[in-house]
Design a protein around this ligand. Structure first.
Ligand code: NCD
Length: 330
């Protein structure tokens, strides 16, 4: 484990406590401010030119890949990538473990996304058993976890409620395919770190959030309730987190007609209190109408940018560069 920040692998949001979340948010803001000037951007690039990251993405990705890639480059890091396993030695039958160990021979961090659950955790376990381990960062592991998405969501919520006491005391609804959506699972786990948060899970019958998440929240005293109707809760929300149907994970689905009532468009926007924000991890499906894209309450474009800043902050913590950033590099 890393003696400096205490952060090495990033696998599951249950590993994060409030002080580290607050520190990451402060660091992300510091990076965002520095990156605005050419001099600041140059200073950031001088932080880690000797570090290399392997981006191993065998599941489709646009935002997560690009924002990690950009985050590495902001710190001056070098990146390599495999996005198509058919051009790696896996086609010759090389095992997952041997591939991961090989990446660690050339890289100082492995950032990985897989269609199967549990793979990032397996890679981290392997690293912990070899002489030269490198940190593993989970960029999405099947339907189970997407921790860095949850961190960027936390940063977006904190920024949006900056003048209203932050996330503490807010009422937040997560809506859509909550059974298979990894972003909602990861974000829900983080809510135990905030005081007096009320969570609503809004899902069509058959796609409700899984019991293990509810049990986790319950055991940490987080107030949460479920409903199948957005109208029941729209009027009391500070934030609504919308998600798409996760058809790629198979399993039975409710009919398309039913999912249509879990969509947001101009008509629904009138139902929320004036300060309520709308979030979505993207990519969107029909559940998010482009007609609302320019509404000031819409945060999904800002989430994309925040994803880059929070990933720089995360890499800075992992590589022990945070103190330097916090002290004000010159
Ligand atoms: C999410 C994902 O991959 O889980 N996308 C993302 O990383 N921004 C959400 C999704 O695909 O629905």
């Amino acid at each position: 484990m890393n003696a400096g920040s205490g952060l090495f692998h990033v696998i599951d949001t249950r590993q994060f406590e409030r002080p580290m979340l607050d520190r990451l948010c402060r660091l992300a803001t510091r990076v965002r401010t520095l990156a605005k000037s050419r001099q600041g951007a140059r200073q950031l690039r001088r932080l880690a030119p000797d570090r290399r990251a392997m981006l191993y993405f065998t599941q489709p990705s646009t935002r997560t890949f690009l924002s990690f890639n950009s985050a590495c480059h902001i710190l001056g890091m070098q990146t390599s990538e495999i996005r198509n396993p058919s051009i790696s030695s896996e086609v010759k039958g090389e095992t997952f473990e041997d591939s991961i160990r090989t990446f660690s021979s050339y890289a100082d961090a492995i950032i990985m996304r897989t269609p199967e659950g549990g793979k990032a955790a397996r890679a981290a376990e392997l690293m912990d058993s070899i002489p030269r381990p490198v940190p593993v960062i989970n960029a999405g592991s099947g339907p189970d976890q997407h921790p860095t998405q949850a961190l960027l969501d936390i940063y977006t919520l904190e920024r949006s409620f900056e003048k209203r006491g932050g996330i503490d005391g807010k009422t937040i609804a997560m809506m859509g395919d909550l059974r298979r959506g990894r972003t909602v699972r990861s974000l829900s786990y983080l809510m135990k770190n905030y005081r007096d948060v009320r969570l609503w899970f809004v899902a069509p019958p058959g796609l409700e959030i899984k019991q293990d998440v509810l049990d986790h929240l319950d055991s940490h005293g987080v107030a949460c309730e479920s409903t199948s109707r957005l109208d029941d809760v729209a009027g009391e929300l500070d934030a609504l987190y919308v998600t798409r149907l996760q058809s790629e994970y198979g399993e039975e689905e409710p009919g398309a007609v039913e999912y249509a009532s879990y969509a947001i468009g101009l008509e629904q926007m009138d139902k929320f209190p004036p300060g309520a924000i709308i979030m979505h991890p993207l990519p969107r499906g029909p559940e998010l109408s482009p007609a609302i894209d320019n509404d000031p309450r819409v945060m999904y474009w800002r989430q994309e940018r925040n994803g880059m800043w929070i990933r720089v902050a995360l890499l800075a913590l992992i590589f022990n560069l945070a103190n330097e950033l916090e002290a004000g590099i010159s």
